[in-house]
Write a protein that binds this ligand. Structure first.
Ligand SMILES: CC(C)(COP(=O)(O)OP(=O)(O)OC[C@H]1O[C@@H](n2cnc3c(N)ncnc32)[C@H](O)[C@@H]1OP(=O)(O)O)[C@@H](O)C(=O)NCCC(=O)NCCS
Length: 191
């Protein structure tokens, strides 16, 4: 059922601010992500500063919304792009009603695949809390390796947590890409 229903990555726009806000406010997100307090205005500013056009030579921060069964169910970002070093960081979040159905893996796979279309890109990386097993599951499925742990790097709901750093370098992605092709079927975008 899940695999055959198209999943779309669409450009994040100001009108998506409330959907994004709502996902950030969910207990499942607050418990697992190092979300600093943010106002609706600051999220709008971040949306305005993000691009969704991978062909924009000046953009360093990108965001897409994930649409599935005509609903906005999540968001995926790529930020801190360095064209010089050939690296970018990805982030992702789904509405909790859609967790655990393989949708997060599909959405992040689609973005990572498009990021590696940049010929200069060598490395995609991400961070996650040490107890965020779903996020680690996404990273592992896409071929990322656990590279290290920063102790006590996050303050989440008043408690210190270790932060894991995961990375995927181009030769690993190229070795993995064919195996991941079925995951990308039925996934549209990002353009
Ligand atoms: C992280 C997140 C995007 C993952 O998306 P998802 O659709 O729930 O994950 P998937 O269903 O694609 O699962 C990916 C893998 O992780 C595993 N997994 C999923 N949830 C898990 C859990 N709670 N515990 C352990 N493993 C889990 C899955 O089994 C799957 O591996 P498998 O196919 O080998 O079985 C989603 O759970 C989420 O938005 N969480 C809250 C926000 C967040 O933590 N964002 C990431 C910050 S780093």
């Amino acid at each position: 059922m899940t695999a055959s229903t198209p999943l779309r990555l669409i450009p994040a726009r100001p009108e998506h601010v409330d959907a994004w806000w709502a996902m950030r406010e969910e207990p499942a997100s607050r418990r697992l992500m190092p979300l600093e307090p943010a106002s609706r205005e600051s999220l709008l500013k971040r949306l305005a500063e993000s691009s969704s056009n991978l062909g924009d030579p000046k953009a360093t921060s990108f965001r897409w919304m994930v649409e599935w069964e005509d609903r906005l169910i999540g968001t995926v970002s790529a930020r801190e792009l360095s064209r010089f070093h050939g690296r970018v960081e990805v982030g992702y979040m789904l509405h909790s009603a859609y967790h655990g159905r393989g949708l997060g893996t599909r959405a992040v796979a689609a973005v990572v695949a498009r990021l590696f279309d940049w010929p200069f890109l060598h490395r995609v990386w991400l961070t996650t809390a040490v107890d965020n097993h779903a996020s680690q599951g996404v990273a592992r499925k896409l071929g990322f390796s656990l590279e290290g742990v920063m102790r006590g790097h996050y303050l989440i709901e008043g408690r210190r947590k270790d932060q894991q750093v995961w990375g995927l370098v181009r030769p690993e992605w190229e070795a993995r890409r064919e195996q991941l092709a079925p995951l990308l079927e039925g996934t549209l975008g990002p353009e």
